[in-house]
Write a protein that binds this ligand. Structure first.
Ligand code: ADP
Ligand code: ZN
Length: 562
């Protein structure tokens, strides 16, 4: 009842009220028209046919003719009568059957539906909401962030200016508010001053505008994406707390894994003096030997904390065989990595990397290789207007002779990074067939393609959405957690009270949580990499662990997070 009254109340306000007046005037006009026709009807019947009808009969005849019902119980039998009846019918069709419904729809129905939809879209945050995440711009990456937030039942709201997008998102179950990101009303509606974090994920100029307008109101931290390197500082100056140049990071991740050149180039993350690096086995002297025969630890001091093979991470034993298509995850200091560089570096300049796709990510990968320097060849169908430094070979990479002419048989590494996943899968499959030993890293624009790319023969796949979401999520959580690749992170935790003074093997951490200890950081900041199982855990130390996100959660659940 209440909602019905609210719907009626709509017609008594503002524009709807004016439209209602117009409708009443039009109805009065129709009534006058019917009365005039009824009078003419009576006059003609009397003078042409000598029949007398009441005014009610006249009105009845006019209405049945105007609405084209025409029962035929009262009819004219003369030419002037027929002409009059035709005029009444035509004006009825025009004024009653065309103009009236059309006016009703455009003046009432459309604005009313519009208004209802708009009202439905202004998702309202509960008044006491705090600590939520406000997301400007939803794409694959921020969608993945939302899924993570939903899994934690953490509050969030998405803002979009596009009404159609807002409807679609709402239908998909997102909490969405429709409006301009910089609009003060919108920012009030999303309670921006009470939010935990703002994510700016639109174009660089829009992100700058968001940062400035948020900063003029409050100090809520902002994580903003930067599409162009030149804009990173601008966005920071505008007030962003963290700037994420996602394309650059992605390009770097792909490039790191495509070459064996320079172990230092492979550092993915650092915890103080401890660096975590990944290096492909292929092309190194370790290929084909077992972990203990390779003697990496003896020769460099580095610990091999994990081995990637076709998308699966395993914790190695001394007997583990280092296959050519595997990637080693290493932990150690800078000096230790430099030492490794001397061992693997011999082949470095012989390396040649092909980059298929010179978009923003391909360009970033090229820039990274350029600095090492590792020689590379870019192939793209079209010119990249944003790049002035590289000269690609123009051609469709899916055409075999384009690759052959470019000399793909000389390549040691291949980065597949077009914006189309089907093309990437095709290129991966074709290249793997052509060059069984090439180090092949591929980019997945959509998470579903990750497994297909591995199936097609990629040694390593980096997914845009997952990588971006992980980086963002770590920022939101202020985690000291590094993202290594799909679903693996390195994270720090203080040693829980009840584990103090136990030996590592007694804690059964790996059996209980699946996580492995990479290093222990003492209270004085000294790092012991890959501690032996006999090591005793001391109070005040910090554990650096490696595991999947679910193992990380397991660790927190099993041991209680400090
Ligand atoms: P991003 O900026 O995310 O890397 P882009 O769309 O800018 O994505 O880049 C993808 C690049 O891949 C484009 O420059 C496009 O021309 C290129 N590309 C797509 N398909 C092919 C193909 N079959 N052969 C060569 N290059 C391709
Ligand atoms: Zn470039």
């Amino acid at each position: 009842m209440k909602t019905l009254a609210a719907e009626f109340a709509y017609f008594l306000r503002g524009r709807a009220r004016q439209n209602l007046k117009a409708l009443l005037v039009y109805c009065a006009f129709l009534i006058v028209m019917v009365l005039v026709y009824a009078a003419i009807f009576r006059f003609l019947m009397w003078h042409l046919e000598g029949r007398e009808f009441s005014l009610i009969a006249g009105i009845y005849w006019t209405i049945t003719v105007m609405t084209t019902l025409g029962f035929g119980d009262i009819t004219f039998h003369s030419d002037p009568g027929y002409v009059f009846a035709a005029i009444v019918t035509i004006s009825g069709v025009l004024f009653l059957l065309i103009i009236l419904p059309f006016g009703m729809i455009s003046l009432f129905l459309t604005p009313w539906i519009d208004q209802r939809l708009r009202r439905r879209l202004t998702y309202e945050l509960a008044e006491e909401t705090t600590g939520h995440i406000v997301i400007f711009g939803l794409d694959m990456t921020t969608r993945a962030v939302v899924s993570k937030l939903q899994a934690q039942a953490a509050p969030y709201v998405v803002v979009t200016v596009d009404q159609n997008e807002a409807f679609e998102l709402e239908a998909e179950g997102f909490r969405v508010i429709c409006g301009r990101p910089t609009d003060a009303k919108v920012q009030t509606a999303v309670r921006i001053d009470q939010a935990k974090y703002v994510i700016a994920n639109l174009s660089d100029p829009e992100n700058v505008a968001i940062c400035l307008s948020v900063r003029s109101r409050c100090q809520t931290p902002i994580a903003a994406f930067a599409n162009d390197d030149d804009h990173i500082n601008l966005i920071r100056q505008a007030g962003a707390t963290r700037v994420v140049p996602l394309h650059k990071i992605l390009g770097r991740y792909l490039a790191i894994r495509s070459t064996t050149c320079g172990a230092l180039a492979h550092v993915l993350d650092s915890f103080g003096d401890l660096h975590i690096a990944e290096i492909p086995v292929y092309g190194t002297p370790f290929a084909g030997s077992s972990l203990d025969k390779a003697g990496i630890r003896e020769r460099t001091g580095l610990a091999v904390i994990g081995i990637w093979e076709r998308g699966r991470l395993t914790v190695p034993t001394p007997e583990t065989l280092l296959n050519e298509n595997a990637l080693l995850v290493l932990a150690g200091t800078r000096q230790q990595l430099e030492c490794l560089e001397q061992i693997t570096g011999e082949n470095a300049m012989n390396d040649l990397i092909f980059i298929l796709g010179h978009g923003r990510i391909g360009c970033a990968a090229a820039q990274f290789l350029e600095q090492k320097p590792v020689p590379f060849i870019l192939i793209d169908k079209t010119a990249n207007p944003a790049c002035k430094n590289h000269v690609p070979i123009y051609g469709d990479a899916t055409v075999r002779h384009v690759l052959n002419q470019a000399g793909i048989d000389q390549a040691k590494g291949l980065i597949v990074t077009t914006n189309d996943d089907n093309t990437n899968i095709f290129l991966t499959l074709a290249s793997r067939q052509l060059l069984p030993h090439i180090r092949l890293v591929a980019r997945a624009n959509c998470d579903e393609s990750v497994s297909q790319l591995y199936l097609a023969g990629a040694d390593f796949v980096v997914s845009n959405a997952s990588l971006g979401a992980n980086i963002l999520f770590n920022i939101l959580e202020s985690k000291a957690s590094a993202f290594l690749t799909e679903g693996v992170s390195v994270f720090r935790r203080p040693i829980p009270e009840f584990l103090v003074d136990q030996r590592i093997q007694e804690t059964q951490l790996r059996q209980r949580t699946g996580c492995s200890i990479v290093a222990i950081e003492s209270e004085q900041g000294q790092i012991e990499v890959s501690p032996s199982p006999e090591t005793i855990l001391k109070t005040g130390s910090i554990l650096i662990l490696i595991g999947t996100p679910s193992q990380e959660a397991e660790f927190d659940a099993a041991l209680g997070r400090d």
